[in-house]
Design a protein around this ligand. Sequence first.
Ligand code: 5CA
Ligand code: MG
Length: 467
Amino acid sequence: MVENFDEWFHDILENANITDSRYPIKGMAIWMPYGFQIRKHSMNIIKKLLDKDHEEVLFPMLVPESELAKEGIHVKGFEDEVYWVTKGGQRELNEQLALRPTSETAIYPMYSLWIRTHMDLPIKYYQIVNTFRYETKHTRPLIRVREITTFKEAHTAHSTKEESDEQIQDFIAIYKEFFDELGIPYLISKRPEWDKFPGADYTMAFDVIMPNGKTLQIGTIHNLGQTFAKTFDITFEDKDGEHKLVYQTCAGVSDRVIASVIGIHGDETGLRLPPKVSPNQVTIIPILFKKGKEEVLAKCAEIKAQLEETGLRVNIDDRDIRPGKKFHDWELKGTPLKLELGPRDLENNITVAMRRDEGKKIEIALDSSLSDNVIDLLNKTQENLSESAWNFQKSHVKFTERLDEIKDLVETGNVVKFHWCGDEAIGRDIEEKTGYDILGIQEEISEGECISGKGNAKYIALMAKTY
Ligand SMILES: Nc1ncnc2c1ncn2[C@@H]1O[C@H](COS(=O)(=O)NC(=O)[C@@H](N)CS)[C@@H](O)[C@H]1O
Ligand SMILES: [Mg+2]
C-alpha cells in the first residue's frame, strides 16, 4: 500500500504536464498538452464503444431553475452543489439558470417533446461535456473537482422495462470493456438505497482500489425507472394507441477515469501508460556523439516512419542533452516503449528496446520485423499492466465475519467483503460503528449470518474507505 499516494498523485500531475491546478478557482484546473492527449485517447475508447448503438449530441450548459427544480428528489440531491447564473451583463435574469451538475433536467424536457410514439424509441444519446458541482468535501485534481471537465453522460429512453433492464446490462458490458482497455480493475456493486443517484430506482457502480487502499467511484449506471418520465411527462403512444410512460437509464464517467489510469499504473518513477492512451507509444532516443550524429538521426527518422506506417504514435527525443536525462523524462511521462539508438547499434543494425513496465533492455533487429516486434512488446506491456493491476485488487479484497476486524483490514489498504442482511438501519449502523462506507451489494446469498449478528445474511456486501 502506497502511503503518500495523494502527494505522489499531486506531484505527477504537475511534473508530467498533465494538468495545472494553479488556476485561480478552487476545484478547477487546466488540461496541459500531455494530459490533454491522454484524455483524448481515453475518451476515444469509450466513444468507439458507445457509437455502436448510441448517438453523440450536445446540449446547452445552462438549465432553467424551473426545469432543475421539477424532480424533487433529484434537485434535493444537488441543491447544495448547483452553481447559478443570475445576471446577463448588467441585468438581473428574471429566472436564474443552473450550470448543469448533470444533464437530466436539460435533456428530459426535450425527450418529452421528441418522443410521441413507440417509433421514436429507444433513444440512446450521450454527450461528453463539462459539468459543475460545488463540491464541499476536499477537492482534488481529477478526483473531486468542481468543474468536471470530462463528463461522459449517456441517457436512454425505452418503451418497456425489459429493454431498460437490458440497457443497464449493456452499459455494464461497455464499462467493463472500457476499463479493460485501460487495464483498470474494478469492483461492481449495487449502491445502497441511501447512496444511489438522486431520483434513480437503483445505481450500479464501478469502483477501483487506489494504491492507498481508498476506493474511487470511476463509473455509475443508473436505472431511473419511470420517475423522470412522470416528472417530465415523457410518454409515447404504443402500438395499441395507449399512452405510456417511458423507462429510462443513464450512465456516467468523468475525469476520474484518467485519475485511475495515472494512479493505478504509475510507480515511484512516474507514469506507466497503457499503450492505447499514451501520447507516444514509442519514444526513440538517439545517443548522439560528434561522430556519426547525422547517420544516427537519419536512421531514427527512418525507424519512426516505418513504425508510423503501422499506425503507431512515435516521437524522437533529439534534444541536445545527455541520454540519462532523456531516459528520466520519458520514464516520468510513461511512454510504454523506448528505443535507444547509438552509433554502435547502427553498425550492428539493432536498437535497444526497453519496456516502461518492466525495465529490461532487449536488442531487436532493425529490419522488416521491427514493427511486429514493437507491436508485440506493446501488447505484452498492456497485458502486464492490466494483470498486475488486477492482482493488486484481488489481493486487497478481504472477507471477514467480524465487525471488529474491519478497521484493521481497511486501514491496511483493503476493501472488506462481508455478509449483510440488507436492512438499511443495520447498514447505517455498521457504517457508523466502523467509520467506513458500504460500497454496495454484489450478490444475494441464502445462508450465513449478517455481520451485525442481528439476523440472516441476504447479500455479500463491500465496505471501504472512499474518496
Ligand atoms: N466532483 C466530481 N469530480 C470528478 N468526478 C466526479 C465528481 N462527481 C461525480 N463524478 C463522477 O461522475 C460520475 C457520474 O456522476 S453521477 O452523479 O454518479 N451520475 C450522474 O451524474 C448521472 N447523470 C449519470 S451520467 C460518477 O460515477 C463519478 O465517477
Ligand atoms: Mg457528488
